[in-house]
Design a protein around this ligand. Structure first.
Ligand code: FES
Length: 130
């Protein structure tokens, strides 16, 4: 059942930083951006990598796995995953073929917006509704 959960002391999330927390059995990414604190599900909209191991810079969140980029205010996709194989001349032929096949599969996987959660700050504590 969804409810509000205490997540973190607000002063532990400095402006311009992000932090992964677990509340109510959900993995949540807290982001302290230009307009305040936001909360998203801590999984990339592409292939579910934890966004908390990515980066937060200049108002965007970047996934550590394939570098998809998301708006840190809304979670909207701002840039698609980068799925580049190493240069073919540096790989044995069977690896080149494997990357080609993997590329066909990866091209079918959509990149969705990050799922936002309601967030509230009260008495210096951050709460998230999950
Ligand atoms: S899992 Fe995040 S970009 Fe692929």
């Amino acid at each position: 059942m969804s409810q509000w959960y205490d997540a973190l002391e607000a002063k532990q999330l400095a402006a311009g930083t992000m932090k992964g927390v677990e509340v109510g059995g959900a993995k949540v990414l807290l982001v302290h951006g230009a307009s305040g604190i936001r909360a998203f599900e801590d999984r990339c909209g592409h292939m579910s990598a934890p966004m908390s191991i990515g980066t937060f810079k200049s108002g965007v969140l970047k996934c550590a796995l394939h570098a998809a980029v998301f708006d840190a205010e809304t979670g909207a996709v701002r840039g698609p995953p980068q799925l580049h194989a190493p240069p073919a001349q540096s790989l044995p032929p069977e690896m080149v073929q494997a990357f080609a096949e993997m590329g066909k599969v990866m091209a079918q996987i959509r990149c969705e917006n990050l799922r936002p959660f309601p967030v509230a700050i009260e008495n210096g504590r951050i709460s998230v509704f999950v």
